[in-house]
Design a protein around this ligand. Structure first.
Ligand SMILES: Nc1nc2c(c(=O)[nH]1)N[C@H]1C(S)=C(S)[C@@H](COP(=O)(O)O)O[C@H]1N2
Ligand SMILES: [Mo]
Length: 531
């Protein structure tokens, strides 16, 4: 008999194993979800493995992911993990048909990887290993059960025998029924886990709904009339919370219960270390300020910038009460390290935080308590510094230290220790590759140079002369400024370029740099075809 095993034969023999493997992986994840719902939703295996992957992603790859997938990068990562897991599971199931023990061992090994990932998360407790371990046990059991019953004779292929009569006494139908039943049960467990997880965050949701923000002792000056140009295609002057960009490493948004939240201030030169409750903070005189936040990962022309009205506790006064002196007045600590409930660390220069700018512990954003996505109950906001060196969300700890002694999360990943925001300008309309008609085309956008302000914006058509754009009213030097330029557009392809001048008189540099290590620079250009 010729030894020719056709592709069909392989498929017909392997599919029960592949299916059993998939079912086992699904059950493992569902049981893990159930246990995570009981223990801690952020301790689920996909979340912890994803978190570990984010921490280890080289800056270039992270930049690529952000560029390509934008704010969907986390979804893509999680789908990727699931896809890899599914492939492994199918392969493992096929192997397990012959080597049952190897199959079981490999599933347990996967569980171990999940458990280690869970335990090495910066915010982990010992119970965080449980979801992965429980999931692995369930997965191993299901794989064993299904594979030991998958020994029925393959139908079709080289051995066309009727269903039934396999060594296990099962036939194809009973195997499929058993698989379906396990998967359905597991799905139920997974849904229950999600439900339990949501219930755990209900106290946080209730604490947010019940929070009444006090009126500021120092209200924000009203936004000057005409600060927002309302030209179609441009961003509104104040970014609504639901449109505000979100950049963080959290795969599960922390849901912090404000009633049990605490902020600890300690470290070098802190002569009066203190722990604050939210009530402590709200009892202090609050300031309200418009501040434009910017992400260091924002490409030239990119979307990671937004302007909001923040309500918060002045940070400098609070630090001074704790005994903190900035280095410029002889203090021993030059770095303030903020740590969040999910273990993120961000380091800001103490001199910047205490130099009189409106650095604050923000509790309100555009008239409501901070949204969970943006750091509820308390986050830092420091005008003039990129988010990764200042804007700690879900903050719970402030430690005074030195730049020599400690590198924060992103600094360990090759980003700069100090990162003031660079002067930037962006064309919001027309969009790249737009096809406006000849005649007057409104070119408009925003420019920002927090702490310095914007005093001039210029637009250039192709290689023509720079022309002054019309500036909208300036709110404060800490906010972006809108501009517009009515362009007499002639037919053909044209490149529009913008550049800004900041309050120190310095013109935005033409020099293109990448976002790593301290923010992108260069001019934003848009190519359009006038028809
Ligand atoms: N806890 C925590 N805070 C964080 C981050 C994070 O990953 N975790 N990202 C920072 C970065 S890089 C930026 S740009 C801002 C973004 O704030 P937003 O998401 O509210 O726009 O948050 C900062 N605060
Ligand atoms: Mo950022």
């Amino acid at each position: 008999m010729p030894v020719v095993i056709s592709f069909r034969t392989i498929i017909s023999r392997a599919w029960p194993g592949a299916l059993a493997g998939l079912a086992a992986a699904f059950c493992a994840l569902a049981v893990a979800e159930l246990v995570a719902g009981l223990v801690r939703p952020a301790a689920g295996p996909v979340t912890v493995v994803g978190g570990a992957a984010i921490d280890r992603t080289p800056p270039a790859l992270k930049d690529f992911a952000v560029r390509t997938f934008g704010e969907n990068d986390k979804t893509v990562l999680q789908l990727g993990i699931l896809a890899v897991l599914a492939l492994f599971a199918m392969g493992l199931g096929v192997v397990a048909l012959r080597h049952r023990r190897t199959g079981t061992l490999c599933v347990l090994l996967f569980g171990l990887v999940g458990a280690v990932a869970a335990l090495t998360r910066p915010d982990a407790g010992p119970v965080d290993a449980l979801p992965s371990l429980a999931g692995a046990l369930a997965g191993a059991a299901v794989l064993h059960l299904l594979v030991s019953r998958a020994g029925f004779r393959p139908s079709g292929g080289a051995h066309p025998t009727p269903d039934g009569g396999g060594s296990s006494g099962w036939n194809r139908r009973s195997f499929l029924t058993a698989t379906a039943a396990t998967v359905t049960t597991a799905a139920g467990a997974g849904i229950l886990g999600r439900f339990l997880g949501d219930r755990r965050s209900q106290s946080a949701v209730a604490s947010r709904n019940g929070l009444v923000l006090p009126a500021p002792a120092s209200p924000a000056p009203p936004v000057p009339r005409g600060a927002g140009l309302r030209i179609p295609g441009t961003s509104p002057f104040t970014t609504p919370n639901r449109d505000f960009y979100r950049v963080d490493t959290a795969l599960v948004v922390p849901k912090v219960d404000a009633s049990t939240w605490r902020l600890r201030v300690h470290g070098r030169g802190v002569t009066r270390a203190r722990t604050f409750t939210l009530a402590d903070l709200l009892a202090r005189p609050l300031i309200e300020r418009d501040v434009t936040l910017t992400c260091v990962s924002n490409e030239v022309g990119g979307p990671y910038v937004g302007n909001a009205r923040w309500l918060g506790v002045p940070l400098a006064a609070l630090l001074a009460e704790c005994g903190v002196k900035p280095p410029s007045r002889g203090g021993p600590a030059d770095q303030l390290v903020a740590r969040s409930v999910d273990g993120m660390t961000l380091g800001s220069p103490v001199d910047d935080v205490m130099d009189g700018r409106d650095a604050m512990l923000a509790v309100g954003m555009n008239g409501e308590p901070l949204p969970f996505d943006h750091g509820f109950p308390v986050r830092m906001v420091v005008p003039g510094l990129y988010g990764y060196v200042s804007a700690c969300k879900w903050i719970e700890d402030i430690e005074l230290t030195t730049f020599d002694a400690y590198d924060a999360y992103w600094v360990k990943r090759s980003w700069a220790r100090r990162a003031p925001i660079k002067t930037q300008s962006r064309i919001d309309t027309p969009k790249p590759f737009a096809r406006p008609a000849t005649g007057t085309v409104m070119v408009a956008g925003v420019a920002w140079a927090q702490r310095r302000g914007i005093t001039r914006v210029q637009v250039r058509v192709d290689d023509g002369p720079w022309r002054d754009a019309d500036l909208a009213a300036q709110d404060t030097t800490d906010t972006w400024r809108q501009w517009s330029y009515p362009w007499r557009a002639t037919s053909g392809g044209h490149t529009l370029t913008v550049r800004a001048t900041d309050g120190t008189g310095r013109v935005q540099t033409e020099k293109r740099t990448r976002t790593v290590p301290d923010g992108a620079s260069g001019w934003h250009g848009v190519f359009v075809t006038v028809t």
